[in-house]
Design a protein around this ligand. Structure first.
Ligand code: SF4
Length: 395
């Protein structure tokens, strides 16, 4: 049976390929020892050059792809808070001119403590940012030093207080768990310290040892200095318990939010909304056919020269088949606590494509990794801890 390209677009215009915009700012004050993101140290001249290139890339993208009014913009990196509020405002204004903004648009800026002051945060708000995501990572100076972070725990508290003072609609914190030498008692203390600040959103990432980083050279994945699987499971279980008791909803594997404070932009990724990613290494999902995935080169010079030459710098693009789109819909949807709606998948993709997944789902039910909730299929608590083992069954 041949699968026709679907009415996949959730956009209000049938030709609209995206409603979300990601801008990658690849510069940081210094490179953290665990970091495998595309980022490097830069200069103020480089920041300005990047903004000008992003403005040009926006124009090239607008000429080639139809977008609708933007529902969210995310300035990530790197450390976007190294830009000036004026530079951020230029990016936001241009996006408004090219695509328009929905009246309740969410505009997030990733900020690192040590790069922001009361004044700066208040100016970012004036520039149009309404959500701040603070990369705190730890409330312990020793741990921050091990991670190679460029800020102290006191910087983190001051940045949080400044963000509150500036009255952003939403403030999120990122923390890393499973650090070298970290015990469950230490982690309990980290969560308690985060709760004292009462953030609107918390992202909790397990430390991942990445090849090619100083951490990758320093630690093996099973290094005795790192918490073992049982300790990590206990930390995650403790996180869940403490945050839910404090009124947060665990809405995605690594994310917790107070009611009304989910990251709408990131929810768009998990729901397969169309998004346009600009800047070096940025990824896009354009709602063309079953989905067109594109990725910019993870090389600043290459990206910059292509944009300067007036070319969109999508280095790789892949037109997805219906089978691939369904697999994505399942494993991305399962990341969220709501899980997936099997009837909707069946309707959209047809029996021939859905049936093999039904078998995998039955096996995962039997293993206690998936469960049925209100007519939907979702990860169990255990499934959340072993999510990667679940996801590979759908690829
Ligand atoms: S601040 Fe973030 S992006 Fe920059 S080096 Fe550290 S972890 Fe990587």
């Amino acid at each position: 049976m041949r699968s026709e390209p679907p009415a996949l677009c959730r956009a209000d215009s049938p030709s609209s390929l995206f409603s979300r915009l990601y801008l990658h700012i690849p510069w940081c004050l210094r490179k953290c020892d665990y970091c495998a993101f595309f980022s490097a140290t830069g200069t103020t001249a480089r920041y300005e050059e990047t903004v000008n290139l992003l403005l040009r890339e926006m124009e090239l993208a607008a000429a080639r792809y139809t977008g609708e009014r933007l529902a969210s913009i995310y300035l990530g990196g790197g450390t976007p808070s190294l830009l000036t509020p004026k530079q951020v405002n230029r990016l936001l204004e241009r996006s408004q001119q090219l695509w328009g903004h929905q009246h309740d648009i969410e505009i997030t800026l990733e900020a690192n403590p040590g790069t922001v002051t009361d004044r700066l945060l208040s100016d970012f708000k004036q520039a149009g940012v309404n959500r701040i995501s603070l990369g705190i990572q730890s409330f312990e100076d020793r741990a921050l030093a091990v991670l190679g972070r460029a800020h102290s725990a006191q910087d983190a508290r001051e940045a949080y207080a400044a963000a509150r003072e500036a009255s952003f609609r939403s403030i999120g914190l990122d923390l890393i768990c499973g650090l070298p030498g970290q015990s469950c008692v230490d982690w309990h203390d980290q969560i308690k310290q985060a709760l004292l600040l009462s953030p609107d959103h918390l992202s909790i990432y397990g430390l991942s040892i990445e090849e090619g980083t100083p951490f990758g050279r320093r630690y093996q994945a099973d290094s005795p200095e790192l918490p073992d699987d049982d300790q990590q499971a206990e930390m995650l279980e403790m996180t869940d318990r403490l945050l839910i008791a404090a009124g947060y909803e665990h809405y995605e594997i690594a994310n917790f939010a107070r009611p009304g404070h989910r990251s709408r932009h990131n929810c768009g990724y998990w729901q397969r909304d169309g998004y346009l990613g600009l800047g070096p290494s940025a990824h896009s999902l354009l709602l063309q056919g079953w989905g067109l995935r594109c990725c910019n080169p993870a090389n600043y010079q290459k990206w910059a020269s292509q944009v300067t030459d007036g070319r969109l710098s999508h280095q790789e693009s892949e037109q997805l088949s219906a089978k691939q789109a369904l697999a994505e819909q399942i494993f991305l949807g399962l990341r969220m606590t709501e899980g997936i709606a099997p009837e909707a998948c069946l309707r959209q993709f047809g029996t021939a494509l859905w049936a093999p997944h039904e078998r995998a789902i039955d096996e995962l039910f039997a293993l206690g990794l998936l469960e049925r909730r209100r007519g939907r299929i979702a990860l169990t608590r255990r499934g959340m801890m072993l999510a990667n083992q679940v996801f590979v069954r759908f690829i």
